[in-house]
Design a protein around this ligand. Structure first.
Ligand SMILES: Cc1cc2nc3c(=O)[nH]c(=O)nc-3n(C[C@H](O)[C@H](O)[C@H](O)COP(=O)(O)O)c2cc1C
Length: 250
């Protein structure tokens, strides 16, 4: 990823917002190609061994329930295997870079956890999550005071300049169900435990959310020129945290 792209994605973290009102104007073929190239070749992977594939479709290919009227929908397909949650972390990680990239192109986007595409499988991979996008019919940019987010001291400990980028990450129903322990040089990332009903409804999305926050940490790391190495450390080597599940260390 070039330094120019890193800086434009980093800036996008501090001004992006979900867009739910779109103009009908379609995105050009050239821009569509750039978006596919960015997703397939430029966006970094959290777990490079996990296969994924994307498809951009029109509204007629996606169920209407709870879905904004956008001209384009990016469908993300990936492998649900014996990797635990890694394919979901990777989905959030890759697609959040695409979210930020679309913002830098002047396009609005909205993550859609509930959208149901007609095509549920592609290349042997299962549909996982959707991003609506198109030219916005509302302000694209938000000033930082308008972010509705928990304060840093509720979601983190320690002092690391990258935490603010993680704090601003979007999450399903804005749950921000995460914790970042930066008290010992690296950052241990945790996901909040939820009751059985919430887990059934949002369990997969909460893991995708953590992947999204990790994408912000990755871009902030490149901005601050701090190395970013994502590891899952063995049980016992990371402090337990009540009501949270350890996910990864970066
Ligand atoms: C995994 C995921 C799923 C989401 N699903 C939906 C959805 O189905 N419908 C919707 O309107 N917004 C959805 N959102 C958008 C969130 O509500 C939004 O990101 C959050 O409220 C924070 O607002 P912001 O994106 O404007 O910062 C989703 C976000 C994420 C990360």
């Amino acid at each position: 990823m070039s330094p120019e792209i890193v800086q434009s994605l980093y800036k996008a973290i501090f001004e992006r917002k979900s867009i739910r009102r779109y103009s009908d104007r379609p995105v050009s073929d050239q821009m569509m190609q750039d978006i596919c190239d960015f997703t397939n070749s430029t966006a970094l992977r959290l777990f490079p061994q996990i296969a994924f594939s994307i498809e951009v479709v029109s509204p007629s290919e996606v169920g209407k329930l709870g879905v904004p009227k956008a001209p384009h929908f990016l469908l993300f397909y990936t492998k649900a295997g014996d990797d635990g949650n890694q394919h979901l972390l990777n989905a959030g990680f890759v697609l959040q870079q695409v979210d930020l990239y679309l913002h830098t192109l002047g396009l609005g986007r909205c993550w859609l956890g509930l959208a149901r595409p007609k095509q549920r499988e592609k290349d042997g991979l299962a549909h996982c999550i959707t991003l609506a996008f198109g030219y916005p019919d509302e302000d694209l940019v938000r000033i930082s005071n308008d972010f509705k987010r928990k304060p840093l001291d509720q979601i983190s400990t320690g002092d690391d300049p990258r935490l603010e980028a993680a704090r601003l990450a979007p999450s399903a129903v804005n749950s921000q169900n995460w914790f970042f322990d930066a008290s010992d040089q690296s950052i241990n990332v945790y996901m909040g435990n939820t009751g059985a009903i919430k887990k059934k409804l949002y369990g997969a999305m909460n893991v995708i959310d953590v992947g999204i926050a990790l994408a912000h940490l990755q871009i902030a790391s490149m901005h601050y020129q701090i190395s970013f190495d994502c590891q899952i450390l063995p049980q016992g080597s990371v402090p337990n945290k009540d009501n949270f599940t350890y996910m990864v260390t970066v």
